[in-house]
Design a protein around this ligand. Structure first.
Ligand SMILES: O=C(O)CCC(=O)C(=O)O
Ligand SMILES: [Fe+2]
Length: 327
């Protein structure tokens, strides 16, 4: 490791940390002992040598943010954060929000929630967190509290890779589309938001394919069957193994992911208990490449049997109209 920093200000100064000689990770001096080990071609890195409970300066948090922009999901094994420290750590990245629909057993920390497998808490469908909201979470910070000896791995997919590897005509089509997301999986179909199908990451400027199997219901500008087929293709495409990393957990590992350019999925291949706790950094409004290029498509004329496929979109559009009239 080469020290280039002596006497210079923090923001201009980096230590070069090579883990395999092929890729440089720029890590600020104050966390120079950390070792970054990439886990897959598309995304994911393990970080060793940082005690997350002791991080406190803006520079240290900025260093983690930089690593996250680079690797999209970071894993910090063998951290011993208490519930208080976990929440405190999360707050350093921005205001936290509790989960809008899932139970939270921690009354002293409404921002922290827990998923226990024995209570059905297994997120075994590909998703980006809470995209049914107008401003989905920026990032999530998860603590693995209890994991099975075997199984229960989590996978993440890079939505940059998914976008960048599509053909040009497909990218061009997707650039001009928006999609309706809803909280149907939480039995809250009235919670809805429309987001661009291609999201431009506000910090990197890169484009990400922003539709997911769990919450994305309908491409707004397409006819219902077209939407169904395109969504089936895109949500499957995102899960191409080449765009993913699969992580095998150990207890007390902390994972941080950038929710603006990734999806994740838990392998429900285990027996017994598996418990995670998560805090979530509040979100921003996803921006697209150029806005919607076409009008919403709903079946014209009086309602018929087939109109049911447009019902949720019609509901969204009607409520939007009411909101706009009130504003
Ligand atoms: O249990 C996991 O590994 C991830 C759960 C999940 O989807 C989440 O916390 O957002
Ligand atoms: Fe999730």
């Amino acid at each position: 490791m080469t020290d280039l920093t002596t006497g210079e200000s923090f923001f201009t100064v980096f230590i070069c940390n090579f883990h395999n000689g092929s890729r440089m990770n720029a890590v600020p001096h104050s966390v120079q002992d950390c070792r970054v080990v990439r886990l897959a071609g598309a995304l994911g890195a393990e970080v060793y040598g940082i005690d997350l409970a002791r991080l406190s300066t803006k520079q240290e948090i900025d260093a983690i943010k930089q690593l996250l922009l680079q690797h999209l999901v970071l894993f910090f094994p063998n951290q011993n954060l208490t519930v208080d420290q976990h929440v405190e750590f999360g707050r350093m990245f921005g205001p936290l929000e509790g989960h809008p629909n899932l139970k939270n057993p921690f009354t002293q920390h409404t921002e922290l929630f827990e998923l226990a497998a024995t209570h059905g808490g297994v997120a075994d469908e590909w998703h980006t967190d809470i995209t049914f909201r107008e401003e989905p979470a920026v990032m999530s910070i998860l603590k693995m509290v209890r994991c099975p000896e075997v199984g229960g791995d989590t996978m993440w997919a890079s939505l940059y890779a998914a976008y960048e590897e599509m053909s040009e005509p497909m990218r061009s089509l997707c650039d001009g589309l928006t999609a309706l997301h809803d909280a149907h999986p939480h039995n809250r179909p009235e919670q809805m938001a429309v987001h661009p199908v291609v999201r431009v990451h506000p910090e990197t400027g890169r484009r990400a394919l922003y539709v997911n199997e769990h919450f994305t219901r309908r491409i707004v500008e397409l006819q219902a069957t077209e939407s169904e087929n395109l969504l089936a293709h895109l949500t499957r495409w995102v899960t191409n193994p080449r765009f993913t990393v699969r992580y095998r957990w150990t207890p007390n590992c902390i994972a941080i992911w950038d929710n603006r350019c990734t999806q994740h999925f838990v392998l429900n291949d285990f027996v017994g208990e598996r418990i995670i706790q998560r805090v979530t950094v509040m979100g921003d409004k996803p921006m697209g490449v150029k806005g919607s290029s076409w009008q919403p498509w709903v079946k014209p004329g009086p309602s018929t049997a087939a109109s049911r496929h447009d019902r949720q979109l019609k509901r969204f559009l009607k409520e939007k109209q009411v909101r706009e009239n009130q504003a």
